[in-house]
Design a protein around this ligand. Sequence first.
Ligand code: AMP
Length: 294
Amino acid sequence: MDVVDTIDALRQARQQMKGTVGLVPTMGALHDGHLALVRQAKAENDVVIVSIFVNPTQFNPNEDLSKYPRDIPHDLELLRQEDVDLVFTPTPELIYPEGFQTWVNVEQVSQGLEGERRPGHFRGVTTVVAKLFNLTQPKRAYFGQKDAQQAVVIKRMTRDLNFPIVIRICPTVREPDGLAMSSRNVYLNPEHRAAAAVIRRALLAASSAYENGERNADDIRIVIEHVLETEPLVEVDYISIANAVTLHEIEIQTDDPLLISLVVNMGGTHLLDNILLPAAHNTIDGLTDTLGGA
Ligand code: AMP
């Protein structure tokens, strides 16, 4: 496995690659959710590139950039075990050299949800992902359904800018109690960690209500709130019930596929999860194409 941290070395290694290339962009502190993307990329491509870059431009000033978990040696060990071909570990100065002033901005689908709570977040994500696409020229790139809005935004960017890249969205990998795996879960103390399982329970309660015919957004929201209220340690940031393609909030009632997203704050750590309804969809892959939307 090659590990490179300069643009020249990356381009040189890329030129020598034969066959299809799969790219998995990450911020490191790797867990089984990341490794599921790597395995999917391995299964579908001749060569796999993983990037590890804690992207400063997607953090807000009040967020956890400096204390974001980092453990490159451990990450490299995990990636070696997965037989990854190349790992790109740039510094912020390499990605954003002095004078940097060019940004990629997806205008509409990055507005609500996380975009509203974290102004500028998606501009940072799309800019770095566009740069990684240019640098690695993959045939396919892999992202997680856990960050559903990010997946929609990146699919939109890829179409709008004509990147010749297939965006693959992989299902959310969970802990045994249902908590979505996340690099940020290490911030949780044992009480918060145990209580965090309520997030998945609340989303599954929404799913059951939906399967029983409930279509009213307010009533679905009440179902979620009732489950969350059983855990006093959980503070709700937002509950979004949105059209899964446009990400427009559903006002009253709809038969369109829904993306229900939930962000809670537990002792200063924001935990994000979502569910797609009808439950037959476990990622937005396919959904966006069949609906002719994003
Ligand atoms: P991050 O390092 O948190 O930026 O995540 C890198 C990629 O892994 C993103 O595409 C995430 O959506 C994806 N990812 C993170 N956690 C999970 C998970 N639990 N299951 C599946 N994909 C995930």
